[in-house]
Design a protein. Structure first.
Length: 134
């Protein structure tokens, strides 16, 4: 375990990636529309099953790296933590899919950053809070 500095850097990097993802979706309306389709169309969601399984595995690897840094809890199975993460990300994404068209880009980016701040809570190790991770 590399301690608080490694854990803080881990979460900071993920925050940066979330902001970059938001910027990509804001810049590419077709890609954003395609992703929103996954929440509106059952068939599209089912067709996305294989990439979703790959995403679950990638999340598990990302969380395992976080465990090595002491940034992610180790008392639950990785596949459960990945499922919780994917569920939270899916809920946030579904909300943005339903509301993004009515949000100005600046507000969307601000809300996206705030929504990302929900992610660490179920993943932080015991004794590490939002305040102690940075």
């Amino acid at each position: 375990v590399l301690g608080q500095a490694g854990a803080a850097a881990y979460w900071d990097r993920l925050g940066y990636l979330a902001a970059e993802f938001t910027a990509i979706l804001q810049a590419d309306a077709r890609l954003a529309s395609l992703l929103r389709c996954l929440h509106r169309e059952r068939g599209a969601y089912l067709a996305f099953a294989a990439p979703l399984a790959d995403l679950r595995q990638a999340l598990a690897r990302m969380l395992a790296a976080g465990q090595l840094l002491g940034a992610v809890r180790e008392d639950l199975p990785l596949d459960l933590l990945a499922e919780v993460t994917l569920g939270l990300l899916g809920s946030v994404d579904a909300w943005f899919a339903a509301h993004a068209d009515s949000l100005p880009d600046e507000e969307e980016a601000l809300l996206s950053g705030r929504a990302f701040s929900l992610l660490p809570a179920p993943l932080l190790p015991s004794g590490m809070s939002e305040r102690t991770r940075t």
